[in-house]
Design a protein. Structure first.
Length: 199
């Protein structure tokens, strides 16, 4: 399969790429590095990516920014970070990509544990995560040409605990290798409309 991994230079994306690379043609896309530069907050950038990389069988998104901060200080402008990137960015990959993806292809998006297990300062990210999960379940029953869609909802990573540990006190971090398996399951399996929770 020909697979685009958007966010493939990140902690999760790199491991997903390593798992898929031996058996597939993997193209790493990100805002600044990789094989192709794409900005998921830009509709034009997404559309151009699909035009420049034809005959794609699977699109994986392991990207999406969110603002972390106290709810009392969360402004509409700061909340737009998660809406424009984590939510709309990933949704637009599907809305635009459904017209380009090969028949029988798949989309795999990323949500996260905060939609089920809230943390302080995480309301904006939780909002986007929950919306992605809802979109995936609904889109799965409408996508044409046997195209599938799932989302992976990971816990905080063992590899990221030094950076994010203050936000996730008492959580049991999971290794990126375990999270990456859920993306492989989504791409190489047959299920659709699933939220793969790796908690």
């Amino acid at each position: 399969m020909k697979i685009i991994i958007i966010g493939g230079t990140g902690t999760i994306g790199k491991v997903v790429a390593e798992k898929l690379d031996p058996n597939h043609e993997v193209i790493i896309a990100s805002k600044s590095n990789g094989d192709y530069k794409v900005d998921i907050t830009s509709i034009d950038s997404i559309e151009q990516m699909y035009k420049d990389i034809p005959n794609v069988d699977a699109v994986i998104s392991t990207t999406g920014a969110s603002h972390f901060g106290n709810l009392s200080e969360l402004t509409p402008q700061l909340n737009e970070i998660a809406i424009n990137s984590k939510l709309k960015g990933q949704v637009n990959l599907v809305l635009i990509g459904q017209n380009y993806l090969n028949e029988g292809g798949s989309f795999t998006l990323t949500s996260g544990i905060m939609m089920d297990d809230p943390i302080l300062k995480g309301s904006s990210a939780a909002m986007a995560n929950g919306a992605i999960a809802g979109f995936v379940k609904s889109a799965a029953i409408e996508l044409k040409r046997k195209i599938r869609i799932n989302t992976v909802s990971p816990n905080v990573l063992e590899e990221s605990i030094d950076k994010y540990g203050e936000f996730f006190k008492g959580f049991n971090p999971v290794p990126a290798n375990k999270v990456a398996n859920a993306y492989v399951k989504s791409v190489e399996g047959a299920q659709t409309g699933q939220v793969y929770k790796v908690y």
